[in-house]
Design a protein around this ligand. Structure first.
Ligand SMILES: Cc1cc2nc3c(=O)[nH]c(=O)nc-3n(C[C@H](O)[C@H](O)[C@H](O)COP(=O)(O)O)c2cc1C
Ligand code: SF4
Ligand code: SF4
Length: 447
């Protein structure tokens, strides 16, 4: 059976499944319960000068039938005294010496950083995570994302931390920035041992249509919060990829965070270069037990693919994530409908007709309307296969023979790209587009 244990920047853990710094790591009780359930590490709820929180604190985007597809909070760092947290950290480490306990920290002055690091290391933490991400409340006080958005300040604080830290330092980045590589590089220049991302995205999840206050509502008002959960995973994956491919940050271990809910999510983050993952929202939604599915699924995946350790497949997807200009323009796929699976819902027809390339026709078969692909019109955009509610009913099939290969970069080098507004080398030249008047059922606009 595959070995799931990791050594992440010098922090050892029985597996890569860590709890992110958040309510599930608020107390020793919760962290012990999580370790008992199978989690390999926990980043403690951010420690600092304890805060005062508001009530209520959370909002969500419920999409379709799915609750908490996106999750929003206006909570701050820990509201518990440092001494209580340190005592509980010490106790957790006694019961679970081989699990990773990481202290997430957020303080202001150099002296405070030095003091809290010593306190946490004395309590037995295996590593430190610097919270430069909180996009609400703490940033108004010059901490959290206020630091994450200022690479120079971030670098200085990492340097302060490295002056005294004897355990590995993970710098947790804010995604509320145009180029994630800038704070990532600043962390590396400051001497961080690892990076983690993402913290939450500055957000408003909705407005109450009676009180006109944003959710979550606090006595008739609200504030922007931090967004996370499944909805943010694609953006987080891209940020992870950017750091994993950047010349300066690519050799620094990355802990991936954002919308992780099951073993597939875990594998995707590892394939993009992560050495551990952290989870918050899905634990707040379903509890610590979700780690069992993650563990079983990861084991099965690794056994199926013949991987013995996490390192064996870490970053394996990175060579396939290219710039657009390096994709093969000669690759050609078209949609194919499996008539036996089709339930005749016509969603594909509507989507292609109104939102794509008018490449699906409807034929009358035994009194029913049956969709068929008009191959000449199909550009292979995937839309119909994405909207079709039946699995594998619409598949994309390859139509090129694999021999031709030309990229935009190569065409540019060959001076073979459209350069004028009417250039005959444009991709759409010769492709069928219906006459505008064909849009009008009766030949004239509706009154
Ligand atoms: C209610 C709540 C509180 C959080 N508190 C912290 C915190 O104290 N420190 C921190 O670094 N991140 C905090 N986070 C951010 C999470 O650690 C994590 O980075 C983010 O939620 C993305 O992961 P997810 O999509 O699995 O939730 C918090 C998130 C939530 C939802
Ligand atoms: S792949 Fe795109 S263009 Fe082709 S049939 Fe489907 S929706 Fe239409
Ligand atoms: S969306 Fe799928 S099931 Fe519905 S008509 Fe098209 S092919 Fe058939």
């Amino acid at each position: 059976m595959a070995d799931l244990s990791i050594n992440f920047a010098g922090i050892k853990a029985p597996n890569p499944f860590w709890l992110a710094s958040a309510p599930p790591t608020n107390s020793g009780y919760q962290v012990m319960k999580a370790f008992d359930a199978g989690w390999g590490g926990a980043v403690w709820k951010t420690l600092g000068v304890p805060v005062v929180n508001v009530s209520s604190r959370y909002g969500s985007v419920n999409y379709g039938g799915r609750r908490m597809a996106g999750f929003n909070n206006i909570e701050l760092i820990t509201d518990r005294p440092l001494a209580d947290n340190l005592r509980e950290i010490e106790e957790v480490k006694k019961y679970f010496p081989d699990h990773a306990v990481i202290a997430s920290l957020m303080v202001e002055s150099r002296a405070e950083w030095h003091q809290i690091i010593k306190d946490c290391e004395n309590a037995g933490v295996d590593g430190l995570e610097l919270n430069f991400g909180c996009p609400h409340g703490m940033c108004e006080r010059g901490m959290g994302s206020a630091v994450g958005q200022e690479p120079e300040v971030l670098k200085t604080i990492v340097e302060w931390v490295k002056e005294v830290a004897t355990t590995p330092v993970i710098t947790k980045l804010s995604p509320n920035i145009s180029h994630i590589v800038d704070p990532g590089r600043a962390g590396v220049m400051g001497g961080t041992d690892a990076l983690s991302l993402v913290n939450t995205f500055k957000s408003i999840v909705g407005i109450d249509l009676d009180s006109y206050a944003p959710y979550p509502e606090v006595d008739g008002s609200g504030s922007n919060g931090g967004y996370c959960g499944p909805a943010v995973k694609p953006i987080a994956l891209n940020m992870v990829k950017e750091l994993a491919q950047d010349a300066i940050t690519k050799n620094t271990p990355i802990s991936g965070i954002g919308g992780i809910e099951n073993w597939r999510d875990v594998v995707e983050y590892i394939l993009l270069g992560c050495g551990s993952v952290q989870v918050c929202t899905s634990v707040m939604h379903y509890g610590f037990g979700i780690v069992r599915e993650m563990e079983a699924g990861l084991h099965q995946f690794m056994d199926d693919k013949g991987y013995n350790t996490i390192e064996d497949f870490k970053g394996k997807a990175l060579p396939n994530v290219k710039e657009w200009k390096d994709l093969n323009l000669k690759h050609k796929v078209v949609a194919e409908i499996n008539d036996e699976k089709c339930i005749g819902c016509e969603l594909c027809y509507i989507a292609c007709e109104d939102g794509a390339h008018q490449a699906i026709g409807l034929s009358e078969v035994n009194g029913s309307r049956v969709p068929h692909i008009i191959e000449d019109n199909c550009v292979g955009c995937n839309l119909c296969s994405l909207v079709c509610p039946v699995d594998e009913c619409i598949t994309m099939v390859k139509r090129d023979d694999g021999t031709a290969h030309i990229t935009w970069a190569e065409r540019t080098a060959n001076n073979d790209i459209p350069t004028t507004f009417d250039d005959k080398r444009a991709g759409g030249i010769g492709h069928y587009v219906p006459e505008p008047s064909l849009a009008l059922k009766n030949g004239r606009p509706k009154k």
